[in-house]
Design a protein around this ligand. Structure first.
Ligand code: SAM
Length: 330
């Protein structure tokens, strides 16, 4: 009897059509469409607000209904709860920057075949980010970082620590959340000058200017200072090759005082590289965007900290993919 392959065919069709769903979301998000849908609104009114064609607008709105992001009755459209909570620009759980950032990866991902063949992104694919792209990337880190920082505070006791160093701290989501919870903690954040500008805005919004200072520079070369008892590498190691990570972890260990804690938070894969799925896909995201980035195994992360003279502190898992390796300086 021949195998009934209909279910397989359907699953493959869903995978192959994934890009259509992503583009519906990217297009609506980029235009700020959800900001117009907090109250029931007609397709014609939305088209007029955005200067779009009535035909295209109606089809896009119906696509969003198909994705369960928007609800529809009697020709009026309005945000489903998921959109109200996470896609309206004034919402507390706003995820629009990170979705915009993912949309910016479209071109690079469309050249995945070349990157796989060459083991690196094709040279023309490595153009500098525009200012808009940089802001979407850095504020996108904050969309997820605000949630992860809250989870970290639930899982890791930070009460004993006094001075934190945030390596490649981006928008400063972690020091901001940690300092808000622990009034005796202060922080230093190192990143590139154009990113520090954005971090300063975020720190000013949180009114923490007097407790967070900045180092503008390259975390692999610039003097990191010393005396830190808490060091964070959040979503950093996946951007670098193995050798650079070993070097960076050593630099962190050298900047720490005895009794200090290093936290390496990333999309860490199991030692067989068989999961979790997000982290396996993320390695390809690094292939199309970076020369040496990857997702690393538990084994690699332990090797870096042991070689730097740190003692194992175990893993804390925030989600199946977001994992934190703790290491203590004796
Ligand atoms: C993926 S983001 C992570 C941001 C933040 N740690 C977080 O988890 O939200 C990586 C950050 O590292 C910074 N970065 C990358 N290479 C760097 C380098 N060599 N020196 C300083 N900062 C760097 C980027 O500008 C960016 O802010």
């Amino acid at each position: 009897m021949t195998q009934d392959y209909r279910e397989f065919a359907q699953r493959l069709d869903e995978l192959a059509s994934g890009y259509t769903r992503a583009q519906i979301l990217f297009t609506a998000n980029k235009a700020g469409l959800f900001d117009y849908l907090e109250n029931p609104t007609s397709a014609e009114a939305v088209a007029q607000e955005l200067g779009w064609s009535p035909r295209g607008t109606r089809m896009l709105l119906d696509g969003l209904v198909g994705l369960d992001l928007v609800e529809k009755r009697d020709g009026a459209y309005w945000n489903a709860p998921i959109a109200s909570h996470c896609l309206v620009s004034s919402s507390e759980g706003y995820q629009g920057h990170i979705i915009q950032h993912k949309g910016h990866g479209w071109e690079a991902w469309s050249r995945l075949g070349e990157a796989v063949a060459q083991g690196a992104p094709p040279p023309e694919g490595q153009a500098e980010d525009s200012e808009e792209e940089l802001r979407a990337f850095i504020l996108g880190m904050d969309d997820g970082g605000r949630l992860s920082a809250r989870d970290m505070l639930e899982h890791i006791g930070l009460a004993p620590y006094r001075h934190m160093l945030d390596i490649g701290g981006g928008p400063g989501s972690y020091p901001i959340a940690f300092l808000q919870r622990h009034p005796h903690l202060r922080a230093t954040l190192i990143d590139r000058p154009n990113v520090i500008e954005i971090a300063r805005e975020q720190v000013a919004k949180a009114q923490l200017e007097d407790r967070i200072d900045f180092i503008e520079g390259d975390f692999l070369q610039t003097d990191l200072g010393e005396g830190y008892d808490l060091v964070l590498l959040s979503n950093i190691v996946h951007m670098l090759d193995n050798e650079a990570n070993a070097r960076l972890v050593q630099r962190c260990a050298d900047a720490m005082v005895s009794g200090g804690l290093l936290m390496i938070k990333d999309f860490i894969v199991d030692d067989a590289r068989s999961g979790p799925p997000f982290s396996l896909f993320f390695a390809l995201h690094m292939l199309v965007h970076t020369e040496g980035g990857d997702t690393y195994r538990e084994w690699d992360v332990k090797e870096w900290t042991r070689a730097a003279g740190l003692k194992d502190g175990g893993f804390v898992d925030l989600t199946p993919q977001t994992r934190i390796w703790l290491a203590h300086k004796p």
